[in-house]
Design a protein around this ligand. Structure first.
Ligand code: IPM
Ligand code: MG
Length: 377
């Protein structure tokens, strides 16, 4: 069968890690008789450079026409002093919104072969670790109203600001705000997905919030309880986010599925990635209502490693595996890619980020070629 894949290489190491992933997909096509048609599109700094805008309309349109989107990474320090709406990162946020991708799946697992790289004591992760973070992706503080004002100057927003600050008088000077907000519809749909995922795994959901302080978290907790009624087989816990940050270090094996808001999920998934030893190994899937999805590594564009053939493409390759599984409904092919990554590691090949004595060093391109070789072997 033919599949249309929109490909956004992005910035920094993005092009290299994507280029290393394409041969793996092509090998899957060859082995299993599929044809992947790639449409290369611009977003992020690359789009700012070429077209003066972070997310060209054409990119959104072509993504919508595709079966799935594969993305490298966006972000380039060159644009650090740009206003918020003209930075590369806005491209990924707008894309998530435009494509309705409200759910972000971020698995964090430790590979036996790389367990030494986990900074925790060996007994803490003994027997393996396999957490799925389900992060809400199109709501919360990322998409609430925001602004910067100068208090004391006549401002149309001053009423709103007074309200946000409980009508307290603000000291003169600069003032900025970002609003955390959730509707029950947004919470329910991410909750549903988390419970469905848990049913296929360890049947345990930990919902993470800050309900001791935030109204939006109290609603989050209440709606999670309502969703739970439909899934009596699943155990539901509620944890505060600060406690979760501790528990991830102290006893990460207690977690199966963690479901949380946009910002808490952003932070906790970076923390979880460090437990696994390398952020270069972890994929992600962003999903909406149907099978369409966007797949990207959880790491960033690592500008300082650009063009050095040293970035680890495994997170992108594993993201492509998630794409095969969730958007293209090709579970056997997804398994084959994951198995190929395991075989690559077992054979002792290592990119610089996971290199240790006695192992075989490989660069980005070679890593992709070797994993492609292992597909179907
Ligand atoms: C991520 C990133 C993005 C986010 C940035 C680049 C906007 O950190 O995907 O985790 O905060 O969602
Ligand atoms: Mg992040």
């Amino acid at each position: 069968m033919d599949y249309r894949i929109a490909v956004i290489k992005g910035d920094g190491i993005g092009p290299e890690i994507v280029d290393a992933t394409i041969p793996v997909l092509n090998k899957v096509g060859l082995e299993y008789g599929h044809r992947f048609k790639y449409e290369y599109l611009l977003a992020g700094g690359a789009a700012l450079d070429a077209l003066g805008e972070p997310l060209p309309k054409k990119t959104v349109k072509k993504c919508k026409e595709a079966d799935a989107v594969l993305l490298g990474a966006v972000g380039d320090p060159k644009w650090d002093n740009e206003p918020g709406n003209n930075r590369p990162e806005i491209a990924i946020l707008r894309l998530r919104e435009a494509l309705g991708l409200f759910a972000n799946l971020r698995p964090a697992m430790v590979y036996e072969e790389l367990a030494f790289a986990c900074p925790l004591k060996p007994e803490i992760i003994e027997g393996g670790l396999n957490i799925l973070i389900v992060r809400e992706l199109t709501g919360g503080i990322y998409f609430g109203s925001r602004g910067t004002e100068v208090i004391g100057e006549a401002s149309a927003l001053s009423k709103l600001i007074d309200h946000l600050k409980h009508e307290k008088t603000l000291p003169p000077g600069r003032f900025a705000y970002d609003v955390e907000q959730y509707s029950e519809v947004e919470i329910r749909r991410i909750g549903e997905l988390a419970f469905q995922m848990a049913m296929k795994r360890g049947k345990h959901v930990t919902s993470v919030d800050k309900a001791n302080v935030l109204d939006s978290s109290r609603l989050w907790r209440a709606v999670m309880e309502e969703v739970h009624v439909k899934y009596p087989e699943v155990k539901l816990d509620h944890y505060y986010v600060d406690n979760t940050a501790q528990q991830l270090i102290k006893n990460p094996k207690q977690f199966d599925v963690i479901v949380t808001s946009n910002m808490f999920g952003d932070i906790l998934s970076d923390e979880a990635s460090q437990i696994t030893g390398s952020i270069g190994m972890l994929p992600s899937a962003s999903l909406g209502e149907g099978s369409f999805g966007l797949y990207e590594p959880i790491h960033g564009s690592a500008p300082k490693y650009t063009g050095q053939d040293r970035a680890n493409p495994v997170a992108t390759i594993l993201s492509a595996a998630m794409m095969l599984r969730y958007s293209l409904d090709l579970p056997a092919e997804a398994d084959a890619v994951e198995k190929a990554v395991e075989n690559f590691l077992l054979a002792g090949y290592r990119t610089p980020d996971i290199m240790t004595e006695g192992k075989v060093p490989v660069g980005t391109k070679k890593c992709g070629e070797l994993i492609a070789d292992y597909v179907g072997r």
